[in-house]
Design a protein around this ligand. Structure first.
Ligand SMILES: O=C(O)CCC(=O)C(=O)O
Ligand SMILES: [Mn+2]
Length: 173
């Protein structure tokens, strides 16, 4: 975590041309793994198809892979490290259910809780794109999808502003 250097309870990896990483210096997107220096693996086609179905217009550049063990949680935050803050964020929940909390554009406003089950898709679009949200807790033992238990969340985001061509991944110039 920024400043303290303490580990998140959520374990993270990335797929796609840009990965979201965090260390004492803060949060950022970068094309390579911070320890191995290698590029992130590509975003699998079924996830790109899901994005085209629900978002479209441009390609996602980052698929953040969050792994939640039984005690993991994610505090209330907004997804605001992207230049393309008007492009929706799409996420897929797999494995154990989670209690998702979502509020409004300010940290202090009222929030509601939603249970996310394996296979649920969340789209933060329009006014909800910059709403505060987080994961209160995992409900261990509610799915046997992930070997050994736990929850995997796949969050697809556009990072850079799409160009006139929609900024298709793999296109240059
Ligand atoms: O795990 C989730 O459902 C939410 C993840 C999230 O908000 C994030 O990675 O920014
Ligand atoms: Mn988020």
């Amino acid at each position: 975590m920024p400043r303290t250097g303490r580990p998140f309870s959520v374990r993270m990896a990335n797929l796609g041309p840009l990965g979201w990483v965090s260390d004492r210096r803060g949060y950022r997107y970068q094309p390579t793994h911070p320890l191995t220096g290698r590029p992130w693996p590509p975003i699998p086609e079924p996830l790109l198809a899901l994005w085209r179905e629900h978002v479209g217009g441009c390609e996602p550049e980052c698929c953040l892979v969050n792994f939640y063990g039984p005690g993991a949680k994610m505090g209330l935050h907004r997804d605001e490290d992207e230049e393309a803050r008007d492009v929706p964020v799409l996420s897929v929940s797999l494995g154990d259910a989670a209690i998702f909390r979502v509020g409004g554009p300010t940290r202090r406003g009222p929030t509601v809780r939603l249970r996310l089950d394996s296979g649920d898709v969340v789209l933060l679009a329009g006014a909800s794109r910059l709403c505060y949200h987080g994961i209160d807790r995992i409900l261990p033992g509610t799915s046997d999808l992930v070997p050994g238990g736990g929850r995997i969340n796949l969050t697809l985001r556009r990072v850079t502003r799409p160009g006139r061509d929609g900024g298709l991944v793999g296109e240059s110039g």
